[in-house]
Design a protein around this ligand. Sequence first.
Ligand code: GTP
Ligand code: MG
Length: 202
Amino acid sequence: AAKPIQIKVVLLGEAAVGKSSLVLRFVNDEFQDNKEPTIGAAFLTQKVRLDDSVLKLDIWDTAGQERFHSLAPMYYRNAQAAVVVYDITRASSLDRAKSWIKELQRQANPNIVIALVGNKLDLAGDNDDSTSAAVDDSAGAEDTTVDADDAAETEGRSRQIASATASAYAEEAGLLFLETSAKTGQGVVETFTEIAKKLDLN
Ligand code: GTP
Ligand code: MG
């Protein structure tokens, strides 16, 4: 078989949105309820099969806490792809994702493939039952600062960011867009497969 094509992928996003959990699901098909915050960054690899080719993804899972922000360029430099993650139950995290995307568009490889990923889809609490009561998420909407312990607290949370809002932004900015749950695995393999498909491998 041909030698796998090596691809550098970086994960970016606010603390506790679930970057490490997405990678853990993708690489080991596991989930941890109380995953500890990443310090600096973590490195993992996983292969993706695509028609005739195999891609080996070298995945840099960065730390979302602001004190690690200055390290990020080391990890997105030369990256062919970026997964910018927000938490669909936390409005501030989409703003943070947008600022990461601006930074990537200014500073990263101009051909970088970027996927905007809304994680924690299992907490959405939305379904097709139009009779279900509207959820009052006003308390959550006031959160502006996030500390890791707070953000990891998922009890009682529900969707704050509509799919349509995020997907309209992603389309405008030329990004892939997916919603995922690291907890159930929904959308996780698809995220990395969609990235692989969009990469120019010639
Ligand atoms: P930093 O490393 O600090 O930047 O955080 P992170 O983005 O890597 O988040 P992490 O994967 O550590 O997840 C934070 C918390 O959210 C953990 O308690 C996870 O168990 C939880 N979590 C992650 N993904 C999901 C998900 O899809 N659904 C639910 N319900 N919880 C999740
Ligand atoms: Mg992490």
